[in-house]
Write a protein that binds this ligand. Structure first.
Ligand SMILES: NC(=O)c1ccc[n+]([C@@H]2O[C@H](COP(=O)([O-])OP(=O)(O)OC[C@H]3O[C@@H](n4cnc5c(N)ncnc54)[C@H](O)[C@@H]3O)[C@@H](O)[C@H]2O)c1
Ligand SMILES: [Zn+2]
Length: 372
């Protein structure tokens, strides 16, 4: 990757109460302290940074130096990385650190890391002293374009992902695309699955931009402007949907495009085997197939989606799953409405709809023939 231009983009997340900004700036970690001051966080405020080893080792010092320079008092807690750490025990560790660091009502927590750190820190902040402010500093593509924006925080329960949680919006999201340089390609590709999702659910132009980039399987193949545009368009799409439906009582559900079948894969294949984005990629192909059967979209659109996912070198094959196990997982999914299965189904590239009318029999038939 060549040096990124030092331009700053500011995207508003225009929710009614406490709207906030997503600031995208290369090397933005160096000016994190100034950004916090600009959002109204006072000098001298105590900050508890939560991170994990790979990220802390590379980026914590830059962040801490910037905070100190701006007059903040910061402490860091480094948690082990990984989805298996996203539990209530992990939250207890953050709360213990909050006791030690004397984190008060006016203090803040800062998530420096991927979606796991972001979801956990947000939930720890939502529950500490009945809710203190927090800041997202996402360092994976997935966390930049998805997890850090929108205020969904939480941890997993042994019976399912993200079952324990709270809506708690950050004060600001600071994205430094420069941090992606150290992200493994596999993690980059998993984040690209969510980027493709935004293209299909609402930003046709984003989808076309991706189609026009010759190679998408590694960050090294993107130039600075392409990367910036991809992050900007994705964040904008998410911000606009969240603003229409902050608490997910309606339209926000479209962000779950590809996730219903994706969760089946994550659940039945064990959380270590597929990254979240990889499962979502296969989930988008599965719902794309179902949409074809239901004549909800054209074959050429389904092929475009397949080709893009393939270009990113995301997995494209439905795993060999025991049919008897798939349906209970689908029915147990949070996206079941009034006993019916709910799917976010594509209509064209750039447009999806919520369908609550897909019967169990339809699904059984579909799953018994699934072959891609
Ligand atoms: N809250 C939401 O709205 C939302 C949306 C989507 C996903 N999520 C959640 O996000 C989580 C997945 O997030 P993720 O994909 O970021 O995974 P992650 O947080 O597990 O990070 C992936 C790995 O990359 C490492 N890493 C992070 N940044 C790095 C960097 N810059 N350089 C090198 N290594 C780096 C991490 O240490 C980790 O090992 C899931 O738990 C999912 O449920 C939440
Ligand atoms: Zn997702």
């Amino acid at each position: 990757m060549t040096a990124l231009p030092n331009l700053t983009s500011r995207i508003k997340v225009p929710i009614q109460r406490n709207p906030y900004e997503v600031v995208i700036r290369n090397q933005g970690l160096k000016s994190a302290g100034e950004e916090l001051i600009a959002t109204g966080i006072k000098k001298g405020t105590k900050c508890l940074i939560v991170s994990n080893p790979e990220v802390a080792e590379k980026y914590a010092q830059t962040l801490i130096s910037s905070l100190i320079e701006s007059g903040f008092d910061s402490t860091i807690l480094v948690l082990e990385a990984g989805e298996e750490q996203k539990t209530l025990e992990g939250i207890s560790q953050i709360h213990d650190a909050a006791v030690d660091a004397k984190i008060e009502r006016g203090s803040i927590m800062i998530a420096l890391g991927g979606g796991v750190v972001g979801d956990m820190t947000g939930f720890a902040a939502a529950t500490w002293l009945r809710g203190i402010s927090f800041v997202q500093v996402p360092t994976t593509l997935l966390a930049m374009v998805d997890a850090s924006v929108g205020g969904k925080t939480g941890v997993n329960h042994s019976r399912g992902k993200n079952l324990i949680g709270a809506f708690h919006q950050p004060k600001i999201v600071l994205i430094d695309p420069y941090t992606l340089k150290s992200l493994p390609d596999r993690e980059f590709r998993a984040g690209m699955a969510e980027v493709i999702k935004y293209g299909v659910i609402g930003d046709k132009r984003l989808f076309e931009i991706l189609e026009n980039i010759s190679s998408l399987d590694s960050l090294n193949n993107l130039n600075d402007n392409q990367l910036k545009e991809i992050i900007e368009r994705s964040v904008t799409a998410k911000a606009n949907i969240v603003a229409k439906d902050e608490l997910e009582s309606g339209i926000r559900a479209i962000l779950n495009y590809g996730h219903t079948f994706g969760h089946v894969i994550e659940n039945l294949c064990g959380y270590g085997n597929y990254l979240h984005g990889e499962a979502v990629a296969i989930g988008m192909l599965a719902i794309g197939e179902l949409a074809l059967i239901k004549k909800n979209w054209k074959k050429e659109d389904a092929i475009r989606q397949y080709n893009l996912i393939k270009k990113v070198k995301l997995p494209t094959r439905w795993p060999d799953l025991d049919l008897d196990k798939v349906l209970p997982v689908l029915m147990g999914d949070k996206k079941v409405k009034d006993g019916n299965l709910r799917f976010i189904m594509p209509k064209t590239i750039g447009n999806v709809e919520i369908r609550d009318d897909i019967s169990k029999t339809d699904i059984e038939k579909f799953l018994s023939r699934i072959n891609f």
